[in-house]
Design a protein around this ligand. Structure first.
Ligand code: NAP
Length: 267
């Protein structure tokens, strides 16, 4: 009975990694400055995060999305996941940091290797499941100038990461990522469909697809519907090839609702 209610899992392209159809985004665990959410918010307490993670697990979520650019998110996850780390697929990023209220980008080999070592330390683990390049918008330039996928490929060969790709902002960058990497993360929702061609190409090539900003970063009024969460998820899951939708929340009731809507959308 319980199992039947659990959230669907999908293979992340050809990586062999199985992810729940909804993942939990953790920007709000560690950063509340220079973010694009409709309301200001306080960072959650440790207990609130522990409870939210337990709730997410109980609902069938196994995928957590974090990044060095999300303030204290990685460090807090590492500390609070503790012995449960192996129960989760952890996705983190390289290339962007958030220091003194400002983003800084470095896609060089030295910075990438140092960032991975720091993520391993902060997350208290000896492997990262997924690492995505955190693009500054110049997707193609980063891929070509910094040869970042070659660096990530050697870290994968060394067993430090299991799969890699890029969180892109352009169709050109998304398509190029699919030629060179395992996974792409794209923004996609009923009011932003510019990168749909990337999702379609990923499906054709059996590559993993993670969706960001499914709810337009919480600006639900931008999604013209009486039930924006359900309609956003129905819309997104129409596209074959979507592996997981990363949804950010600090609110346990919103999390429950998001999973209910995902189940309905997938039924
Ligand atoms: P999102 O998932 O579209 O929206 C999150 C916002 O929606 C939060 O403010 C949340 O507020 C609200 N929300 C969630 N569920 C809701 C519900 N059922 N009803 C009403 N409001 C709800 O956007 P996002 O946080 O920008 O993106 C999601 C995740 O994607 C991030 O956490 C991050 O992990 C990842 N991301 C990656 C990149 C990148 O470049 N790689 C960029 C952006 C995001 P409450 O806390 O009040 O629920």
């Amino acid at each position: 009975m319980l199992k039947k209610n659990l959230l669907k899992k999908n293979l992340l392209g050809a990586t062999g990694i199985e992810v729940s159809a909804i993942g939990l985004g953790s920007v709000k665990f560690g950063r509340n400055q220079q973010v694009n959410y409709p309301q200001a918010f306080a960072l959650p307490t440790d207990n609130e995060i522990v409870d939210l993670l337990a709730h997410a697990r109980a609902l069938g979520i196994n995928l957590l999305d974090t990044a060095p650019a999300y303030g204290t998110s990685e460090e807090r996850l590492g500390r609070l996941l503790g012995k449960t780390r192996a129960d989760w697929v952890i996705c983190t990023k390289v290339g962007e940091e958030f220091i003194d209220g400002k983003s800084a980008f470095d896609f060089s080999k030295t910075a990438t290797v140092a960032s991975i070592e720091r993520s391993l330390r902060r997350l208290g683990t000896d492997y990262l499941d997924i690492v995505l390049v955190h693009s500054n918008g110049e997707d193609k330039k980063i891929i070509e100038a910094d040869e970042i996928f070659a660096t990530l490929s050697s870290l994968k060969a060394a067993g430090k990461i299991r799969a890699y790709g890029m969180s892109t902002k352009t169709v050109e960058g998304g398509l190029l990522t699919l030629e060179l990497a395992d996974i792409v993360m794209v923004m996609h929702n009923p009011v932003y469909t510019d990168e749909q061609a990337v999702i379609e190409y990923a499906h054709k090539k059996n590559k993993g697809v993670l969706i960001k900003k499914a709810l337009a970063s919480g600006h639900l009024n931008k999604i013209p519907s009486k039930d924006p969460v359900l309609d956003a998820l129905k819309f997104i899951f129409q596209a074959p090839g979507v592996s997981s939708v990363i949804m950010g929340t600090l609110n346990p009731s919103h999390l429950t609702r998001n999973i209910e809507c995902a189940r309905l959308a997938l039924s």
